[in-house]
Write a protein that binds this ligand. Structure first.
Ligand SMILES: Nc1ncnc2c1ncn2[C@@H]1O[C@H](COP(=O)(O)OP(=O)(O)OP(=O)(O)O)[C@@H](O)[C@H]1O
Length: 270
């Protein structure tokens, strides 16, 4: 079954699950975007259309969650961020304020500056003007290239753990516990360069969340995840939020946007 057939079948299954046409359109658009970005065959990325439609219907039911605690103090405050690359203006006067217990989604077209904004918030890139204030420990999951080809996953955990004040054994234990929550058990002796793209992304995400950071910056962290891991990822986001962390997720996908606390749409600076 090619991806077009799969998406068509998904539409039929969503109708059978009695999801409204607007919701179905969003789900199909997000699945198509994910398939386009990841280059994966649909069956591998999402499983059968019937199984995926059922999971979507279940997750929409699960959205009716009890009221949350009110958000806490400001954890991330980015003010009037402006950035140019050469003659190209990428960000102009962008503001982003996220409180403890809030999730912000950054959306916008390819190249509009989402990753640049996250790198600026992470302190990896300097803005031309504007300020970023972070209150607490920060974890950053890059879109790609956060791993070291010739290191083992355990060695990544030890590196990050050292920066968080953990010893080697504790780092490995915490890293492996994080991996297990993403349905991944690192194979002993396998270096990062031999991991699949989705598994490298799991490694990035585990590293970002080690040591319970107060602010989590996640740049499309689910690319290459299969359906089950993708749904698990959002469960992690809601749990982190309920624990009082401030979370920023760059995303192309629309189905979770009605659950986040704020959506920042970058238009791209002219
Ligand atoms: N280090 C750099 N030097 C020059 N130009 C850059 C650099 N980093 C990013 N850019 C440019 O800045 C613009 C914004 O890039 P950025 O990666 O932030 O976009 P994005 O919204 O995250 O894109 P995507 O949705 O494709 O991931 C792009 O035109 C990109 O080519």
């Amino acid at each position: 079954m090619n991806n077009d057939h799969w998406l068509h079948a998904l539409g039929q299954e969503l109708a059978r699950q009695q999801l409204g046409p607007d919701v179905a359109r969003h789900v199909i658009a997000e699945a198509a975007a994910h398939l386009r970005d990841s280059g994966q065959p649909a069956l591998r990325a999402f499983g059968t259309p019937q199984g995926y439609a059922t999971a979507v219907a279940e997750s929409l039911t699960a959205q009716r969650r009890p009221p949350r605690r009110p958000p806490g103090g400001v954890r991330l405050d980015a003010r009037r961020i402006t950035k140019r690359y050469g003659r190209r203006a990428v960000l102009k006067d962008v503001n982003l304020t996220v409180r403890a217990g809030e999730v912000a989604a950054i959306v916008g077209a390819n190249g509009c500056g989402k990753s640049t904004l996250l790198r600026i918030c992470a302190g990896l890139v300097s803005p031309d003007s504007g300020t970023v204030v972070v209150d607490g420990v920060l974890g950053y999951c890059p879109q790609d290239a956060g791993t070291y080809d010739f290191l083992l996953p355990d060695e990544h955990f030890v590196l990050v753990g050292a920066g968080r004040g953990m010893d080697r054994a504790q780092s490995r234990r915490v890293g492996r516990a994080g991996a297990a929550t993403l349905q991944w058990e690192p194979t002993v002796g396998v270096q990062a360069r031999h991991l699949s793209g989705g598994t490298r992304q799991k490694l990035n995400l585990v590293m970002a969340s080690m040591g319970d950071p107060d602010v989590l910056l996640l740049d499309e962290p689910y690319q290459g995840f299969d359906r089950g891991t993708y749904l698990d990822f959002w469960q992690h986001v809601w749990r982190w939020r309920d624990e009082g962390r401030a979370i920023v997720v760059v995303t192309h996908l629309l189905s979770q946007l009605d659950q986040v606390d704020q959506v920042v749409t970058l238009e791209g600076a002219a």
